[in-house]
Write a protein that binds this ligand. Sequence first.
Ligand code: FAD
Length: 446
Amino acid sequence: MEHFDTIVVGAGVSGLTAARLLTRHGRRVLVLEARDRVGGRVSTDHRLGRATDMGASWIHGVTDSPVAAAAEAFGMRTVEFTVGGYQPDSRPIAHYGPDGVRLSAEAAASYVADIHAVDATLRDVVAESAPDASYGDVTEQALAAQGWDEERTQRVREYLEHRSEEQYGAWIDDLAAHGLDDDSIDGDEVVFPDGYDILPRRLAEGLDIRLTHEVSRVLWSPDGVVVDTDFGSFGADTAIVTVPVGVLQSDEFVIEPPLPEPVAGALTGFAMNAFEKVFLRFATKFWDDDVYVIRQQGPEGRWWHSWYDLTALHDEPTLLTFAAGPAAVETLHWSEERIIESVLEQLRRLYGDRVPKPTHVHVTDWQDDPFSHGSYAYMTVGSRTEDHDTLATPIGGVLHLAGEATWTDDPATVPAAMFSGHRAAANVLGRDVPIEDAWAERTATD
Ligand SMILES: Cc1cc2nc3c(=O)[nH]c(=O)nc-3n(C[C@H](O)[C@H](O)[C@H](O)COP(=O)(O)OP(=O)(O)OC[C@H]3O[C@@H](n4cnc5c(N)ncnc54)[C@H](O)[C@@H]3O)c2cc1C
């Protein structure tokens, strides 16, 4: 059996960051990856001669982001796009009323002011919420405190429902009250016209990565680890397991002996979400210029309510919308044609016959992906914010969990994956190392 200093399970951004740091600091590292590519939930479709990011697209705020620093070091081109988080303003947004007519500037401003008023109340309500409160519970309290009529309340209620769905792929009553606490944006948001996947591909350079090696079992003891794959077993002194929460919770991935407390308890607080992307490319642009997002209010917007204008990425009229939460669950087994027709029907309510048939479409299917079981993890009702970090508690001195869900500050993101990989590498080494070593050309020890 081949033996290594450390085995990293999963070649997503978390695993690659950990593997690269350990390798840079003199460890013999093996990365085992089930897919036939690196990157995990950073995945770019390069067909059609353009990059379409099927997984992560945005850096949600470039300030102090390790992903922004790595992207710069790797020469990745970026395009500013500051509405990736579900903000109601900050860049031009075309808000359409329930009747399908665009709100006047004044009406939009008062709607946005209402959202900010509820958000201001919400901060205190969330801080004082009971441990078993849902995001739905706290938003209802914050809405009730405004004393508005039903129509005005309902517009903001919908917005908050959509925010829970679009940010966490979860219905508002399924998300913990604290589930959106760490949803902060520092600095501009950017996307990558040449694809996000350059990041994992560059991080992977020079590493010993075995693709299509699906891990079925991680056996750990004070003496080290044995990792079973469909290509045999590998041994190591330590292991870093970066598979998504959905895989950790599945029967196909066994950790033996089972995860101890407090890690096991923390893991039960998370669930993988339902969040899919729908890209529509058109021959002609039919929506207004200088609009970053089109948003639809009212019952017609229950599923399809936001369309992001990605035209600037490839100079081709392109809209991105999401099936998130209940919409993603209900359309899971729909054909691609049926999903597209449903989205177009909604767009035609706003733009009539000006909406042509798209020239190309892409629809993701992360919920059915056996190596993720969803797009990212969210906090279920009753879970605690610190459960994220608890997941990364070192186990028996030999086993470490990492990945987006194990990082408390902005979990569910690529930066969280990177920071968690860095922490795991430092835990294995028993000392801190600069995260920049993951992308620097040379390190002090080279
Ligand atoms: C649709 C979508 C949109 C997103 N949008 C954004 C965004 O705009 N901005 C942002 O910052 N983040 C976004 N994210 C989240 C971001 O992509 C993830 O948080 C991040 O990529 C997770 O990295 P990771 O290394 O923790 O996990 P992963 O990337 O999932 O890596 C884990 C790896 O483990 C492998 N694996 C699984 N099971 C096994 C097994 N049994 N054996 C061996 N290997 C296994 C997987 O194949 C995978 O490669 C989005 C994600 C999705 C899906």
